[in-house]
Design a protein around this ligand. Structure first.
Ligand code: AMP
Length: 533
């Protein structure tokens, strides 16, 4: 039997259940037969246009059924899809597109303005519209539209090996350059196999698609749903800021599985969008990406006693999630975070000291991951890859281990606990952000002489607030600086709090005293709260 590639799941479901719903969003529904037909035709056109195995294809397509068609079309042509965040400013997007070097961009008509702005920063590859309407910007026009490629043509028969790349996901980079994580077919199928078995996913499931497509968590929703031949209900991005609309979607669509970053759950809980014994169809609620505050979890568990709650943990570099913990009962101690649990099948978690030796059980150390989920590395960046993916130091182990940058400990029951970061990466509303990337963008502003960006824990769904302190030549007020920074960074990376200083606090070694800065922002928050009360 040939090895399974990611797009095989949908093709197999199209054979066994052609008329079943594969995708739903707003009023749109798409069957497996339709998804198979459209993606097969797009794949034929891509091959016809010269797309070869390993070629990258950029996607400037918001989360909707045509994006899933585009993804499958690229995969069936043997290509590597690169989901792009349309909200990112053209400067940053341009750096990502330049690095990925796509043969083609697939986009939607409303991306015309974004494409025009992108074309100001770089030479764009050909652009196709994945909708029937053409893309008609001032500078950029689509060469083909869906009307061109939805013509009778047999799908190409391209087979690649499972260790070949399926997609590139760009995440924040500490030096200011976004890093592309190479994700192979085999990395994702290994996780999906485990997940479908563990959660018992079946054809009658109705599964949420909450994360944006440039988050690796979205690949779990897509491929696990299609492996089971179930329904994927894409959550419209506009609902993410409306807790009662999110809750209504779970209720009205009779979703059986909800999976999101914790901020969506915190948000719904905070605004009391969930009733007692709400969502009778819901069986599983899963989260990943950051800590779900235990009081929020306890609130959900008390409201929904019929639902199973599972914490999934893992970085993009090790594919979706590497460990899991199903919470057995409403936590009694709400001050204790729940464990990140035990490794998923084929994965290993290791807590090591600075010499890469195992720490004694119960002691805190650096968390490393080994096993089937590990990426071959960062796209065209051997240096960063070498720094993060190390040779397995254990005698007799020939593989590699990935340095997560997380701190952890192993308890006496064999479960791992997450204890924060060893570096300056933060999570804010589910977004993975290197504070160094914000500092580099701030330093690039001509009038900024010195700056430091720190993350400060705040109550509420935001989790960590991004706080920037700076010293400027002349008068540079925070609003003006924020405006300038918005041309370089997506909005979720823009600092929420600002301090203009005459000099930054330094420690004895002359380095920026970040703990002192954090304290200063915390004190400032408390002072403002006091003033408001
Ligand atoms: P990403 O690559 O965006 O998935 O981010 C990976 C990082 O998110 C990890 O290294 C952790 O710092 C954090 N993370 C992921 N899942 C969890 C979790 N369940 N609990 C706490 N932190 C998490």
């Amino acid at each position: 039997m040939t090895a399974v590639l990611l797009h095989d799941y949908a093709s197999r479901a199209a054979e066994s259940r052609p008329d079943a719903t594969a995708l739903a969003m707003d009023d749109e529904r798409m069957t497996y037969a339709e998804l198979d037909r459209l993606s097969g035709r797009l794949a034929a056109q891509l091959v016809d246009a010269g797309c070869r195995p390993g070629d990258r294809v950029g996607l400037l397509v918001p989360k909707r059924p045509s994006a899933i068609v585009a993804i499958h079309g690229v995969l069936r042509a043997g290509g590597v899809y690169v989901p792009l965040d349309a909200e990112s400013p053209p400067q940053r997007l341009g750096r990502i597109v330049t690095s990925a070097e796509p043969r083609l961009l697939l986009a939607v008509p409303e991306a015309a303005e974004r494409l025009d702005a992108l074309a100001d920063t770089m030479a764009l590859p050909p652009v196709w519209s994945v909708e029937t309407d053409a893309i008609a910007g001032a500078r950029v026009r689509s060469e083909r539209t869906r009307a061109d490629w939805d013509v009778d043509a047999p799908p190409p028969d391209v087979r690649i090996a499972p260790h070949e790349a399926a997609h590139l996901l760009f995440t924040s980079g500490s030096t200011g350059e976004p890093k592309g994580v190479v994700i192979t077919h085999g990395m994702v199928t290994a996780f999906v196999d485990w997940a479908v078995g563990y959660f018992g996913t079946r054809a009658s499931d109705r599964i949420s698609g909450h994360p944006p497509l440039h988050f690796d968590l979205s690949t779990f929703d897509i491929y696990a749903t299609f492996k089971a031949g179930a329904e994927l209900h894409l959550v419209p991005p506009t609902l993410s800021v409306d807790p009662s609309a999110l809750a209504a979607l779970i209720r009205d669509r009779e979703l059986t599985q909800w999976f999101s970053v914790p901020s969506a759950l915190t948000y719904m809980a905070k605004f009391d969008a969930v009733g007692q014994d709400d969502f009778p169809a819901l069986e599983r609620l899963l989260w990943c990406g950051e800590v779900l505050p235990t009081p929020v979890l306890a609130k959900w568990m008390r409201k929904l006693p019929h639902v199973t709650f599972t914490n999934l943990y893992g970085p993009t570099e090790a594919t979706i999630a590497s460990s899991y913990h199903t919470v057995p009962e409403v936590p009694r101690d709400e001050t204790e975070p729940v464990p990140i649990g035990v490794p998923c099948a084929g994965e290993e978690l290791l807590v090591l000291d600075e010499q890469l030796q195992p720490t004694p059980d119960g002691e805190i150390g650096d968390l490393y991951i080994a096993g089937v989920g590990l990426s071959p590395g960062y796209w065209r960046d051997a240096e960063k890859t070498r720094a993060a993916f190390l040779a397995d130091p254990r005698p007799g182990e020939a593989g590699r281990i990935y340095r997560t940058g997380d701190l952890a400990r192993l308890d006496g029951d064999g479960r791992f606990h997450f204890l924060g970061r060893a570096d300056s990466q933060i999570k804010s509303r589910g977004y993975r952000i290197e504070l160094g990337e914000i500092e580099s963008a701030l330093s690039a502003v001509a009038a900024v002489r010195e700056c430091a960006v720190v993350g400060v824990e705040v109550e509420g769904f935001e989790g960590v607030s991004i706080c920037a302190a700076y010293v400027a030549d002349g008068d540079l007020a925070p609003p003006a600086l924020r405006r300038e920074l918005a041309t370089a960074l997506p909005s979720y990376m823009l600092p929420a709090r600002w301090l203009a200083l005459d000099s930054l606090p330094k420690n004895q070694n002359g380095k920026i005293d970040r703990p002192a800065l954090r304290e200063r922002f915390t004190a400032e928050t408390a002072r403002r709260r006091g003033a408001r009360a």
